[in-house]
Design a protein around this ligand. Sequence first.
Ligand code: ADE
Length: 234
Amino acid sequence: MKYTFVTLFSNLIEGYFSDSILKRARQKNILEIEYLNPRDFSTNKHFKVDDTAVGGGAGMVMNPQPLFDALNHLKNEDEDVHIVFLTPVAKPFRQNDAKRLSKKKHIAFVSGRYEGIDERVVEKYADELFSIGDYILTGGELASLVLCDAISRNIDGVLGNSDSLSVESFETPLLEAPSFSKPQCYDNICVSSEYLKGNHSKIRSLKLAMSECKTKFFRPEQLLKHKVRKSYEK
Ligand code: ADE
């Protein structure tokens, strides 16, 4: 998988690939990272990339020219690149999007700064737009990293143990059951001894009960989905 980050601030991105799982994936050449700075494409003599909004309003909007030229360049290099814009004005990003996008060969993440990006850029180049939640960040960089991380762990070879993918929260409507490491008792709190007895069907039903409990507390609407699904299975 190749990722191209279209951003004015590549330093915000690079650190995330300098440690842990994504660093290893990059070293193994499973991931290739590239940066494209719209400022490098600006025809303005001061390399300006933003201006006040037509019709007034607070804040600066990113001009169309640098982004048109940067994204044209990108598409000339690879006409199959999948271009994703990060903005709060978009559909929410979900686990099924992460899985679907992990099958692509090349994704470009376009991050806006200031008050946003001229809509003509979005209209012309966006294959998809995503929001990572109902709050406003100072720019799309963090959001692009969230997508990149969630997508990457679905690519073969990125995670050490691919088993850990299938039982996770959001693979089913239920949130994942809590995990415990050793020792069995710590600070006078002991993990259920059922875990140690090795009766796998008992452990499964214990985990299911804990999953349902967590889901009921944190995401009641998801529990409803689970119950509807279960009733169809009967
Ligand atoms: N840019 C600013 N806020 C954002 C959000 N919530 N999601 C995606 N991109 C953003």
